[in-house]
Write a protein of this length. Structure first.
Length: 136
């Protein structure tokens, strides 16, 4: 699972390393380092799209940084992932907590065929869109 943001261009799977913002009043496109947070009226771009960007006729491009570096996962990203895993492991309302030996038994876990064949993992729990997987 990747925690980095992806390029906003259609069908581009690369990680974003720059942020594009348009200043319509000044007819300017501003490209700078990747913003800390994704904003509604900005576009995250990969290196290829940031370097190859052209502006409409009469517009100016301002590049705030010559080199773009892919950011490392921040401490906040890792904490959010850890909290999601903890939350997925908590018993749901109305369920009886299971003993550890019952969780490890193969009598009740849900086996997802595509996951089992590819990674050898068995789904042991689910919370919303998150799944808890156990290696076989």
């Amino acid at each position: 699972m990747s925690l980095s943001r992806r390029c906003s261009r259609t069908a581009c799977p690369k990680a974003a390393i720059a942020t594009l913002t348009y200043v319509y009043a000044d007819q300017t496109a501003v490209i700078g380092p990747l913003a800390t947070y994704a904003e509604p009226h900005t576009y995250d771009l990969c290196g290829d799209h940031a370097e190859g960007l052209t502006a409409p006729r009469g517009w100016e491009i301002v590049r705030l940084s010559g080199e773009y570096v892919e950011p490392e996962p921040s401490h906040d990203d890792l904490l959010a992932l850890a909290n999601a895993v903890r939350e997925a492991g908590r018993p749901r309302l109305g369920e009886q907590p299971q003993a550890r030996s019952a969780v490890r038994s193969t009598a009740h876990p849900t086996v997802v065929a595509s996951d089992e064949g590819a990674s050898g993992a068995v789904e042991t729990g689910r919370r919303g869109h998150l799944r808890v997987l156990r290696d076989l």
